[in-house]
Design a protein around this ligand. Structure first.
Ligand SMILES: Cc1ncc(COP(=O)(O)O)c(C=O)c1O
Length: 478
């Protein structure tokens, strides 16, 4: 008798990805300036630790809130008993106002259309459960956040079909890439239920242009599908161009009478306070949808991942303080900009460049193609291991984000101190200087043959196109 269920043991979770393996290696040997100065520096974790002092000073000025008091009186019992899965109305109002503030108040959100979830992880999975059957598919532009394999596919049995984006246009989505992904799904006999994008993008650290967003809306309108826009980094945009939410595009089209109520009911936003407020441990996420049926179904499902009532109480007071949120958003952006500048300069000094369009997120999409021994994913893995074990930096290889071109890495900059970032850059510079005489030269890359290109694509496609149905099948055979 099998001890565990097929679901519990199937490997579509993605835990064996280098993205998670890097974290494990870091945990075994974490850098500490005093205790372990030769340890691994964690640059594979998209955390924002730059503005904790702002949150802490607000807490210090508002001791009643953290002490679960209202007007000096304890509300501990009220909070301990509160269990309505619709969430605290005051928190939902404060959250939608914060979302509007991030978008320059160009649009407003109705608190009746929001569903609270335990982080964006839960929000994305809930939407999959609401919108697709097991074996149906969503199209996702590559490279994408490695956690999506777990969040979208693992428990739901939904499939991901990649929309192949390339460096030739800074990884922007094109109409032909969308059509191609749709064709690819058809060939695999998969019914496509929608497109899911992250805007700003993880791992690219870029915002989507209006034309990309319009393209997506036209596509889902034409194909009668859903569009999920994961806007978890919407307040983490530190330089121009500004962030444009898909909701703004819908409003613009509505104003121009180029509007279809059906379409806006098929567009859903995912949000969370894990990045913009730097609170991933609080597990606060949300789905915003104008579709009443989706809101009702997702609310029922949210029972499996609610936000605790003391967290809702604390954050309704914090986000309800408009002076605080306005200052936080702008100060946090300034700090992120400075930090990203430090990383870009440090990389430049090591002869490494990154995506020029990087204006958002907690990371840069870094081009290390000139450090590869050949233009293959094997060479990317080899380089990643050297950087992890010799240079002692954990960065995330493009393959873990399903990138189609070897040699790109996601490097985070906001989860450490400035000194640690400088040390990381020094380590990398020394590595590149010492490594130059070795096999990794751009000359060698230019020599890379067409054959190695097609080999790398083939080996990648095993990884990229692995379907959870196939995993299930393999599991059954075991
Ligand atoms: C694009 C994206 N979506 C969702 C998540 C999960 O966020 P949460 O901590 O709110 O579950 C992340 C976290 O890195 C992310 O980058």
């Amino acid at each position: 008798m099998k001890l565990l269920s097929t679901k519990a043991t199937c490997n579509s979770h993605g835990q064996d990805s280098s993205y998670f393996l890097g974290w494990e290696e870091y945990e075994k040997n974490p850098y500490d300036v005093v205790q372990n100065p030769k340890g691994i520096i964690q640059m594979g974790l998209a955390e924002n630790q730059l503005s904790f002092d702002l949150l802490e000073s607000w807490l210090a000025k508002n001791p009643d809130v953290a002490g679960f008091k209202r007007d000096g009186k304890s509300i501990f019992r009220e909070l301990a008993l509160f269990q309505d899965y619709h969430g605290l109305p005051s928190f939902k109002k404060a959250l939608v106002d914060f979302m509007a503030e991030i978008r320059g108040n160009k649009i407003t959100f109705d608190p009746n259309h929001i569903v609270l979830t335990a982080g964006a992880t839960s929000a994305n999975e809930t939407l999959m459960f609401c919108l697709a059957e097991q074996g149906e598919a969503f199209l996702l532009p590559t490279p994408y956040y490695p956690g999506f394999d777990r969040d979208l596919k693992w428990r739901t049995g939904v499939e991901i079909v990649p929309i192949q984006c390339t460096s030739s246009n800074n990884f922007q989505i094109t109409e032909s890439a969308l059509q191609q992904a749709h064709e690819e799904a058809k060939k695999k006999n998969l019914r496509v239920k929608g497109v899911l994008v992250t805007n700003p993008s993880n791992p690219l650290g870029t915002t989507m242009s209006k034309s990309e967003l319009n393209l997506l809306i036209d596509f889902i309108k034409d194909k009668d599908m859903h569009l999920i826009s994961d806007e978890i980094y919407s307040g983490t945009v530190f330089t121009s161009p500004n962030f444009v939410s898909v909701m703004e595009i819908l409003k613009e089209r509505n104003d121009l009478k180029d509007f279809d109520a059906n379409v806006s009911e098929r567009v859903h936003i995912v949000y969370s306070l894990s990045k913009d407020l730097g609170l991933p441990g609080f597990r606060v996420g949300a789905i915003y949808s104008e579709n009443d049926m989706v809101v009702a179904a997702a609310t029922k499902m949210s029972s499996f991942g609610l936000v605790s009532s003391q967290t809702q109480y604390l954050l309704s007071a914090m986000l309800g303080d408009k002076k605080f949120t306005r200052n936080y958003i702008s100060e946090n952006q300034k700090r992120l900009k400075k930090r990203q500048g430090m990383l870009v300069l440090g990389l430049q000094k090591a002869g490494i460049s990154c995506l020029k369009t990087n204006n958002a997120g907690l990371f840069c999409w870094v081009d290390m193609r000139n450090l590869l021994s050949s233009n293959t994913f094997e060479a990317e893995m080899e380089l990643w291991k050297k950087i992890l074990y010799n240079v002692k930096l954990n960065i995330s290889p493009g393959a873990s984000c399903h990138c189609t071109e070897p040699g790109w890495f996601r490097v985070c900059f906001a989860n450490m101190s400035e000194d640690t970032l400088n040390l990381a850059m020094k380590r990398l510079k020394d590595f590149v200087a010492n490594n130059n005489g070795e096999e990794c030269s751009s000359n060698k890359r230019t020599r890379s043959t067409q054959a190695s290109r097609s080999f790398s694509r083939k080996s990648l496609s095993n990884w990229v196109f692995r379907l959870s149905s196939r995993d299930r099948h393999e599991q059954e055979e075991r």
